[in-house]
Every structure is written in structure tokens, then in C-alpha cells.
Design a binder for this molecule. Structure first.
Ligand code: COA
Length: 189
């Protein structure tokens, strides 16, 4: 564990196409530290592929070590049957040795600034692990209590049937809007 005062965090947001080889390698190392070699528990879900032109990454490094990471993507979903532009947050993670020091929060705040300034979506959406819900709530996100469906292996399924211990979370740029159902129109993220 490093000391924050001596080793400050460096935060940056990069377009996916600008990620260096080292960034991709470090993402892999961090993913393994968080989930183990096979991403156990998440590998049974078919996740959305990266569309490089529509994805960005926030990287938080301490002494060059990638300690926290997330990705932002652009998607179009159905909200109560109507098309909506959405900013999706995915793959939020902090290395176990660096948790509860505000790194994921700082990464989320940088992502939020980017989303508001560059993507200006109708709302933002993420699929949260239960452990992360309090952090997102502290950042102004709300648990989405309606039904969410997505595609898996070519058919439409309820997301709630895919992953236990998880909640969809939603964040609006201004006034929250009542939405009863979401169709992700493809694979989840
Ligand atoms: C969830 C996760 C990303 C949080 O990363 P982090 O860098 O430790 O988060 P932060 O330090 O910014 O947390 C800020 C606040 O969120 C809340 N929080 C974070 N982790 C929490 C936990 N495990 N339990 C309860 N509250 C938590 C706390 O209020 C915390 O503030 P505090 O430490 O002052 O009490 C990290 O625990 C992780 O990688 N978990 C495994 C992967 C995962 O579940 N990712 C989320 C996918 S949606």
C-alpha cells in the first residue's frame, strides 16, 4: 500500500483508440488482481464488444501502477420503447490493495465531466455490483427499479436473471425522468 500524500494519483481519460500497449497490458493485470485469471462470476455473461471509436477509458495510476480503471461507452437503448442516447459506464475496478482511498470516485467524477461535456446523453447507465452501489449513490446515481432486458446468445433475456448481487443504476443530466423499462438493444456492458 502506498501513501497518498507522498505518491499522488495521476488520472487521465483517453479515447480507446489512443490507449498504448502498456495501458492494455496494465488493464489485464488489474482485471486479474480484481477478478482472478478467469474473471470468475462474470464469465457466464456475454458482454458487449468494444467499439473502439465509441469507447473511452479512465486510468488512475499511482507511481505508474494502474490502481483504478473504468470505461465509458456510447449506446442507444430503448427507454419505455423510445430510443435514448446513453453513456454506459463499464468495468469499474480498483486494485484490492488500493481500495477505499477515493480512486474509483475520482475516476467516476472525471468520467462524468467527460460525459456531460462531450457525449451529452439522455442519461447514463451502469450495471453495478452490490458492493459498489453505495459509491454510485454517493455520486448521485439511483438504483433503476424497472425491468432491464438485453441480448444474450441471440435472444432477449432479463438482466436480473443473468447476474445475482447486482443492480442497474441510472444518472440523469438534470431532472430525473420516470422510466419503467429499458431494453439495452444488444449485449450488456
Ligand atoms: C467498487 C470499487 C470499484 C470501489 O473502488 P474504490 O476505489 O475502493 O472506491 P472509493 O474509494 O472511491 O469509494 C468511495 C466510497 O464508496 C463507498 N464504498 C466503496 N467500496 C465500498 C464497499 N466495499 N462497501 C461499502 N461502501 C463502499 C464508500 O462510501 C466509500 O467511501 P469511504 O471509503 O470514505 O467510506 C472496488 O471495491 C472494486 O474494484 N470492487 C470489485 C469490482 C467491482 O465490484 N466493481 C464495480 C463494478 S460496477
Amino acid at each position: 500500500m502506498t501513501n497518498d500524500a507522498v505518491h499522488p494519483v495521476t488520472l487521465c481519460l483517453k479515447a480507446w483508440v489512443d490507449l498504448a500497449e502498456d495501458d492494455h497490458r496494465d488493464r489485464g493485470v488489474l482485471g486479474e488482481a480484481v477478478y482472478g485469471p478467469a474473471d470468475e462470476g462474470l464469465s457466464n455473461v456475454q458482454w458487449a464488444h468494444v467499439v473502439p471509436e465509441e469507447q473511452w477509458a479512465v486510468l488512475a495510476r499511482v507511481d505508474g501502477i494502474l490502481v483504478s480503471y473504468l470505461a465509458v461507452m456510447s449506446r442507444t437503448v430503448f427507454a419505455d420503447g423510445e430510443l435514448a442516447d446513453v453513456a454506459g459506464i463499464r468495468s469499474v475496478k480498483t486494485h484490492p490493495d488500493y481500495r477505499r482511498r477515493g480512486f474509483a470516485t475520482a475516476a467516476m467524477k472525471l468520467a462524468a465531466t467527460f460525459i456531460a461535456g462531450e457525449l451529452a446523453p439522455d442519461f447514463s447507465l451502469l450495471w453495478a455490483s452490490t458492493m459498489a452501489v453505495p459509491m454510485y449513490q454517493a455520486l448521485g446515481w439511483a438504483v433503476f427499479d424497472g425491468e432491464v432486458v438485453c441480448e444474450q446468445h441471440g435472444t432477449t433475456v432479463r438482466c436480473a436473471d443473468l447476474l445475482a448481487e447486482s443492480s442497474f443504476m441510472i444518472s440523469f443530466p438534470s431532472e430525473p425522468r420516470r422510466i419503467a423499462s429499458l431494453d439495452l438493444r444488444g449485449l450488456p456492458w
